[in-house]
Design a protein around this ligand. Structure first.
Ligand SMILES: [Zn+2]
Length: 314
């Protein structure tokens, strides 16, 4: 059997896995990123984790390569971090694939974490058989990826597909990450929904008795609580406006939605789809389907590893 090693690097944890060609995880482990200790420390954790995966490979087999998905903007061609913000301080400039190739003498690939999820969905999930789709990852922030003609669109420096920084209100609050006003991330990400929750509750009573997170708000929304309906109405309209923009630009066959907020399930998906449909013209509207991500929480590490099969010669 052939195996690839996948590494999914986020601001809070690093996920390692040995993955076979069918996208099945045969072994995995997670460690805290300890990002505040700096880039050299994070990279040393990556190397320790890959060492562990190599030691634990099924007997008689050898790794075919190593694939990395990382938070931040990753230059796929050079395998270097173009930009990483406060999630991974100091990570900008890290030559991820050069370090891995020198140490392990194996093929190595590195891409943005949402691009890696797109690879997992394309090879094993909701994007199977599709040439043209977008992925929207609703986490603490909002990530995006575009697949066109069967390939991830990366742009000049690997930064294409940053859906979270599409503005849905040019007079809206300033986005600290990019400087624009009214980025969709400010309304429909986990942190955006929590912010709206505080605002709506403060507006209702003057005093905020409690500060629900996005999970509590989506639960309250599912139960029909009024403040949560106000919040989710804004979040859904903002997200639909941004996705409608993407749909008009890319004319995709599918919009694949994943991440924590999307776990609100069918009611969320249906409300979002209805809102997108009301904001798109006939031809592009009839072309797309809104689909839940198929691969789930392990999509990042599976897609990271699958780069070895997708881009390698093996
Ligand atoms: Zn922004």
């Amino acid at each position: 059997m052939e195996y690839a090693i996948g590494v999914d690097i986020g601001g809070t944890k690093i996920h390692f896995a040995v993955v076979d060609r069918e996208g099945r995880i045969v072994d995995s482990h997670r460690v805290p990123s300890e990002a505040q200790l700096g880039a050299d420390h994070v990279m040393s954790l990556v190397l320790q984790g890959v060492d562990t995966m190599i030691q634990r490979m099924p007997s008689g087999s050898k790794a075919s390569g190593i694939g990395v998905g990382s938070a931040g903007q990753i230059n796929f061609v050079t395998g270097t971090v173009e930009y990483a913000g406060s999630q991974l301080p100091g990570w900008t400039g890290t030559p991820i694939t050069r370090i891995l190739k020198e140490r392990y003498l194996l093929p190595a690939y590195a891409d943005n974490d949402v691009n890696a999820i797109a690879v997992a969905e394309q090879m094993y999930g909701a994007g199977r058989g599709l040439d043209s789709f977008i992925v929207v990852a609703l986490g603490t922030g909002i990530g995006g990826a575009i697949v066109e003609a069967g390939r991830v669109v990366r742009g000049a420096k690997g930064c294409a597909g940053e859906l979270g920084h599409v503005s849905v209100d040019f007079n809206g609050p300033i986005c600290e990450n990019c400087g624009n006003n009214g980025c969709v991330e400010l309304y429909a990400s986990g942190s955006g929904i929590a912010r709206l929750g505080r605002e709506v509750l403060a507006g209702a009573g003057g005093i905020v008795p409690w500060q629900p997170d996005s999970r509590a708000i989506t639960q309250a929304w599912l139960q029909g609580e009024r403040y949560a309906s106000q919040v989710m109405d804004i979040a859904i309209r903002a997200l639909a406006a941004a996705i409608a923009g993407y749909i008009h630009m890319c004319n995709p066959q599918a919009v694949i939605l994943g991440g924590g907020v999307a776990e609100a399930g069918a009611p969320f998906l249906n409300a979002l789809d209805q809102e997108i449909k009301s904001r798109t013209s006939t031809a592009v509207r009839s072309a797309y389907r809104l689909l839940p991500a198929y691969v789930g929480n392990d999509a990042g590490v599976i897609g990271a590893a699958a780069q070895v099969w997708l881009y390698g010669n093996g």
